[in-house]
Design a protein around this ligand. Structure first.
Ligand SMILES: Nc1ncnc2c1ncn2[C@@H]1O[C@H](COP(=O)(O)OP(=O)(O)O)[C@@H](O)[C@H]1O
Ligand SMILES: [Mg+2]
Length: 528
């Protein structure tokens, strides 16, 4: 960048007073300047023939009373009016104490022709610290196809630096979104989904446990339904949802694999179910193996399949509950196979929202597990037949419930999806307000983290453990973020970055519609 040395746009805010290349640098703020935790600063090394521009980030700010040994700070205080004209090595002062605000920065690199190189040297004492211009920060603008927000940093000059993420990395290598309630997780995911939708590359399945995605939550806010009437589909219970999209599943569409998520089965019980299901495929006396179990006496099950009477009793009791409709989403009415319908929607790269507001928590757990299992299996089978299935992105709110090995409803499908999904083009976007319920092993499988405000230190520590880049420098900042402000870390961007996420409500949704749809629309409208 030819402008590396252009000073007209810069704003001086302080002087460097101490530091350690492997750790932190400290500068003293001018009394009339200020800086925010998370801001980028430019440190201009002024004692070399060739100027060096170091880029750093403010990680902490503190008040200090400095004594005699802090002579340099004291001196810095005296010369802040006109730093360049004073020779610091000739400076003398008689006062003994100084009140100062000291900011800590971590060194990111050295600017060189618009690129950033790792810092292998350190700026000199009293190097001026400045707020960079937009142009000087341009090296950050990333390559990607989904614009999630803009660089959140104080800069001089006009314009913003858009932050783009690579959707392939984001989807296939899993995304982790963590923040306290009310910090902007759902808005972030909605903005991201608008961007993913536009790429026309993914089927998106959202497990909407709070009913926040489809309809606008409050006045002058938007739901994903406004993105596209046809390709954003909601499934749920109640009058708000079309008849054909009610989450009602005919028990005859339940498979052996599904059934494993309905109860905690002992191994003899699982084995018995397995025998009955596989045999029923051969001799078709009953429409469905569940009917056989419901209508057959345990004594006869023992005679036919050698199933223990006690096991037979348990199977009967549990299956009866399912068939009798003790679960709100099971019906005996004739219905289209809902699972097939949803998988078809995903094949057409639609956005599928499963709204759980009218369903019990038990049903929610079962459905999330079964649907994920079916999507994963569908893509697995297609991959094995080398059919190149669509990439699918699954959004899971309250993800800790399904990824925490200590939770009883976690039956492994989500952990398997995180470990193996990328091979079959299934990615997970896990959203949580309690990252400390995750283990490092599972966290390290997520390649992109979007972290919004988190004040609990164990939450931040566990993220540091799994994170692909170092974020411990950003702990103070993460604790002080405003809603919609994030730190993004991962393979999709060059370094951990502070980002202001675009508010979904402010997006011009027309720009996110797919181009193919525009063509259809203009055809329908005929000649002008
Ligand atoms: N990117 C953003 N820009 C501006 N405001 C935001 C943004 N994200 C969130 N907010 C504000 O914060 C509120 C809570 O956001 P939400 O996404 O529902 O939080 P969470 O899902 O973490 O509980 C929103 O209603 C909005 O007012
Ligand atoms: Mg939310």
């Amino acid at each position: 960048m030819e402008n590396d040395t252009d000073k007209t746009n810069l704003r001086g805010i302080g002087h460097l007073i101490s530091g350690d290349i492997s750790n932190k640098l400290e500068f003293k703020l001018f009394s009339d300047s200020n800086v925010n935790v998370g801001d980028f600063v430019l440190v201009e090394d002024q004692y070399h023939g060739i100027p060096n521009h170091f880029v750093g980030r403010v990680t902490n700010i503190k008040l200090r009373t400095l004594g005699r040994e802090d002579f340099l700070t004291e001196m810095s205080n005296q010369i802040e009016v006109s730093p360049m004209e004073v020779n610091p090595y000739e400076f003398r002062d008689s006062r003994s104490e100084i009140l100062a605000r000291i900011a800590e920065i971590s060194l990111i690199g050295i600017l060189n022709k618009g690129n950033i190189a790792p810092p292998k040297k350190i700026p000199n004492h009293l190097s001026p610290v400045q707020i960079p211009s937009v142009q000087q920060m341009d090296w950050i603008s990333s390559k990607g196809d989904v614009e999630i927000g803009k660089l959140r940093a104080e800069m001089t000059g006009e314009g913003d630096i858009p932050i783009l993420l690579d959707s392939e990395i984001l989807v296939k290598k899993h995304l982790f979104v963590a923040a306290m309630t009310g910090s902007g997780k759902t808005v972030t995911v909605k903005t991201l989904i608008a961007g993913l939708y536009k790429t026309d590359k993914y089927g998106i399945l959202i497990f909407d446990v709070h009913g926040e995605y489809f309809y606008p939550l409050k006045n002058n806010s938007k739901g994903l339904n406004e993105l596209d009437n046809e390709n954003v589909v909601i499934y749920g219970l109640g009058d708000k949802v079309d008849k054909g999209n009610q989450i009602l599943i005919n028990y005859r569409h339940i498979t052996y694999g599904d059934l494993l998520y309905f109860y905690d089965w002992s191994s003899p019980q699982r084995e018995a179910l397995g025998i009955i299901f596989s045999d029923n495929e051969i001799n078709n006396d009953y429409d469905h193996p569940l009917e056989y179990i419901n209508e057959t006496k345990p004594f006869d099950m023992k005679k036919e399949y050698g199933i223990n009477i006690e096991t037979g009793n348990v199977l009967k009791r549990r299956i009866k509950q399912i068939i009798d409709g003790n679960l709100d989403f099971i019906t005996s009415d004739d219905k289209e196979n809902l699972f097939t319908k949803i998988i078809d929607d995903l094949r057409f790269k639609r956005i599928v929202i499963i709204d759980f507001t009218r369903l019990s928590e038990r049903s929610e757990n079962i459905l999330i597990n079964i649907l994920s299992r079916r999507v994963l299996n569908h893509n697995k089978q297609a991959t094995q037949k080398s059919e190149n299935p669509n990439n699918i992105f699954i959004v899971l709110e309250e993800a800790q419930r399904f990824l925490d090995p200590a939770e009883s409803q976690n039956k492994g499908v989500m952990r398997e999806l995180v470990r193996e999904g990328r091979k079959f083009g299934v990615g997970l976007g896990a959203v949580t307000q309690i990252p400390r319920f995750f283990d490092e092993r599972i966290l390290s499988q997520f390649n992109t983290y979007i972290i919004l405000k988190l004040t609990n230190s164990s939450d931040r520590n566990i993220l540091e453990g799994g994170s692909p880049q170092n974020i411990s420098d950003m702990f103070t900042e993460i604790a002080t973020l405003y809603p919609g402000e994030a730190v993004i870390v991962g393979e999709a961007i060059p370094l951990a970055l502070p980002v202001k996420i675009h508010n979904f409500d402010d997006l011009d949704l027309k720009k996110y519609r797919r181009e193919s749809d525009d063509i259809n629309v203009s055809k329908d409208m005929g000649a002008f």
